[in-house]
Structure formats: structure tokens, C-alpha cells
Write a new protein. Structure first.
Length: 393
């Protein structure tokens, strides 16, 4: 049972109010409480992990092209591996590796440059030939690719278990978690946060941390802060148990088409693809309209998956930014309005490191990595500050 229920009374004041009960908000609350940051309140409009955190495929990796993302991913991988000890929960981590399938020399060159960056920070990634890729993942047609990029240290975990683990530990450290409590306004004066209005009452506070995922733009606007986050539906399909059961394969992605799949741990497969036809919006109704694109891509890269049965699935929201990199920082015009959002599909895998970073920003410490380039201000004026991460799906 997660902390936070209808009988939890909203406190009249808090030192920090974290908005959002997904994995990023839960990580931030835990790290703040562990550091003795004072009275921490987390408010969630629905129930923990009911938004974007309840629907991801749970991939964890450090295979990125940008050094900042590599470091956030690598730091988080260390935390996922140690999660059983700190904060203390089983998140079902499966270190099966990530395997990116590359169809031409241009893609190979993109990943070759990325591997140089990754290895500089200790990521054990490397380029493989087609037959080596097939040996790792028998579904792959080796004649359809020229190479693959692989890191055995990557894998996947269970997002809901991670949220529950963080929130239980946070509650044990004194964090108040209030669910079904929507933020309706943020009061500011003199360039500083003064209070947060919610459907359960008003809380006096001097600090707000927005970790509201796809709903962050509206939360930011309440404080006069522009957080350019757009919701975008993404879907996955489940095969259910297969006969014979699939082999244990890496988290496999076709870079060009964005087709991806991995074992589900219960004798089946998880299937996905980023549908380029999807329009932005908050709709989370699942349908099978994207499966035609998946099957076409599978026919080229993994023919055995073309006719694999689909027995279920779901839809969730990516929280997209214009350059598909995260927003992390503190608003310059509203003192003590911090934010960690817009992860564009990478929030779960970066959540442990982001919790550390936001903790340090709040406490005035120097984080382990400079997240200055990820502030929302990079989109103001000329686009010179817009970032370019190549390893995204």
C-alpha cells in the first residue's frame, strides 16, 4: 500500500511542496527528506504513478550521445542497481542490455561518436557486427542491418515498484504524501513563492518543485513560469505468454523505425514503436492503429515478430520538449520555483540522478553534473541553446 490516502490531512505549511507523484517527484521527495531538507509535502492529482510513470516500458540505459544525458543515465543505473539497499525495494531490475539496430553507415557513424562519449564515462558500450547482434537477439535478421550498438549494463525495471519504493522510504523519513489533491494555483509575491492552493486547501510554502510530467506547463503557468512541455501519446502491446517462450533478449530497438521489443519476464514480449502520425494531446485511450507500422518495421528487421499475437497493451503520455531533452532548474523570475520535467521518454531512467540534482539545487550545493544547459531558458530568443540528443526513440 502506497503512502497517501483520503485520511491524510493537508498540512497548513511546508518547507517544500513537490507537485507530482510519479517517479521523478517521488525520487525528489526521497532525496530531499534523506538530506534533512525540512518539511516536505508531495501532492498528486490522482494516485502515485497514475500518470506517465504508470505507463513506460521501464528502460534504463546510459547509451546517449550527449555527455550530460550519459552522466545522468550512468548515475541512475548505479542507483537502480543499489535500489534494494537504498531506498530499499525490489524494482525487478533486469540487466539484459540495450541493442540498437543500425541500417546504414550514417547511423553507424552517429553511434560511433556516441560510444566515444559513453566510454569516456565508463559505459561499456561497443559496436557489433550483424551476426553478433543476431547471436544476442535471435529475432534480428542480420542481413537487414550493417551493425548494432550494445551496452550490457543497460536493461529495464518496474516503474510502479520504483515509485512505491521511493514513496515508502520518503514517508518513513517524514514526507507527507497527499493523493487526489490537484494544484489549482501558486501564490507569489515579491518574486518569490508564498503558497500553493489545492483542491484540499492552501499550503504556505517558500518552495515549489514541479515534477508534474505532461501536466507541467499548466503548473508552471500558475507561477508565471513557461515550461514548454507538450503531452504526446505513446503505446505498447503485449503478446502474453508465447509457446515456445521467447529467449532472454536485450532491449532491442531499430534506430531508423523506432521499433522496439524486449521480454516481459512472464514468457512473452513487450512491443512498441513511436508513431510519427500521433498528434499531441492528453488522450490516453489505447488502440491498435499503430501496429501496422510496427509490423512493417518488423518485416524488415525481425520477421518472426510480424505475426506475433497481441493480447493487450496500453497508452501513456510522453512529456515532450521542443528538443526532446529534459527541463531541470530553478526559474530565474520566481525564486524557489524549481522544476524537473519534459523528459521526453527518459524520465524513468534518469529519475534517481534527477532526485539528487534537485536536492542539491534546493540546498545550494553543487550537483554532480552541471544541469545549467537543461534550464527552460534555453528556448528563449535565438535557438542557440537548443540541444541535440541523437539517441532518442
Amino acid at each position: 500500500m502506497l503512502p497517501g490516502s483520503a485520511d491524510v490531512v493537508l498540512p497548513g505549511s511546508a518547507d517544500v511542496v513537490v507537485v507530482g507523484g510519479g517517479v521523478v517527484g517521488a525520487s525528489i521527495a526521497f532525496h530531499l527528506a534523506e538530506a534533512g531538507a525540512g518539511r516536505v509535502l508531495l501532492v498528486e492529482r490522482d494516485t502515485p504513478a497514475s500518470g506517465s510513470s504508470g505507463k513506460p516500458i521501464g528502460g534504463v540505459r546510459a547509451q546517449f550521445s550527449d555527455p550530460l544525458n550519459v552522466r545522468l543515465g550512468q548515475r541512475s543505473l548505479e542507483a537502480w542497481r543499489a535500489f534494494g539497499d537504498r531506498p530499499g525495494a525490489d524494482v525487478g531490475l533486469e540487466t539484459v542490455g540495450y541493442l540498437f539496430l543500425l541500417a546504414d553507415e550514417a547511423e553507424v557513424e552517429t553511434f560511433r561518436r556516441g560510444i566515444e562519449v559513453q566510454r569516456a564515462y565508463g559505459v561499456p558500450s561497443r559496436l557489433l557486427g550483424p551476426r553478433e547482434a543476431h547471436a544476442l537477439c535471435p529475432y534480428v535478421d542480420p542481413s537487414s542491418i550493417v551493425a548494432a550498438a550494445h551496452s550490457p549494463a543497460d536493461g529495464y525495471a518496474l516503474p510502479r515498484a520504483a515509485v512505491a519504493g521511493y514513496l515508502r522510504a520518503a514517508a518513513a523519513l517524514g514526507v507527507t504524501v497527499v493523493t487526489r489533491c490537484a494544484v489549482t494555483g501558486i501564490e507569489t509575491s515579491g518574486g518569490a513563492v508564498r503558497a500553493v492552493r489545492t483542491t484540499a486547501g492552501t499550503v504556505r510554502t517558500g518552495t515549489v518543485v514541479c515534477a508534474a510530467g505532461a501536466w507541467s506547463r499548466a503548473v508552471g503557468a500558475m507561477a508565471g513560469v513557461d515550461l514548454p512541455v507538450t503531452p504526446l501519446r505513446r503505446q505498447i502491446a503485449l503478446t502474453g505468454p508465447l509457446d515456445p517462450a521467447p529467449p532472454r533478449v536485450p532491449f532491442t530497438l531499430d534506430y531508423g523505425s523506432t521499433l522496439y521489443f524486449h521480454s516481459d519476464g512472464a514468457g512473452g514480449l513487450v512491443l512498441g514503436l513511436s508513431d510519427p502520425r500521433q498528434e499531441p494531446g492528453f488522450g490516453r485511450e489505447a488502440d491498435d492503429g499503430w501496429l501496422d507500422l510496427f509490423r512493417r518495421a518488423a518485416a524488415r528487421r525481425a520477421p518472426a515478430l510480424v505475426d506475433v499475437p497481441v493480447t493487450g497493451g496500453w497508452a501513456g503520455l510522453y512529456e515532450m520538449t521542443p528538443d526532446r531533452d529534459a527541463l531541470i532548474g530553478e526559474a530565474p523570475g520566481v525564486g524557489r520555483f524549481l522544476y524537473a520535467t519534459g523528459f521526453s521518454g527518459h524520465g524513468f531512467l534518469q529519475a534517481p540522478a534527477v532526485g539528487e540534482v534537485v536536492r542539491d539545487l534546493y540546498l545550494g550545493r553543487t550537483p554532480f553534473v552541471d544541469v545549467g544547459p537543461l534550464t527552460a531558458g534555453r528556448f528563449e530568443g535565438a535557438a542557440t541553446g537548443v540541444r541535440s540528443e541523437a539517441h532518442i526513440i
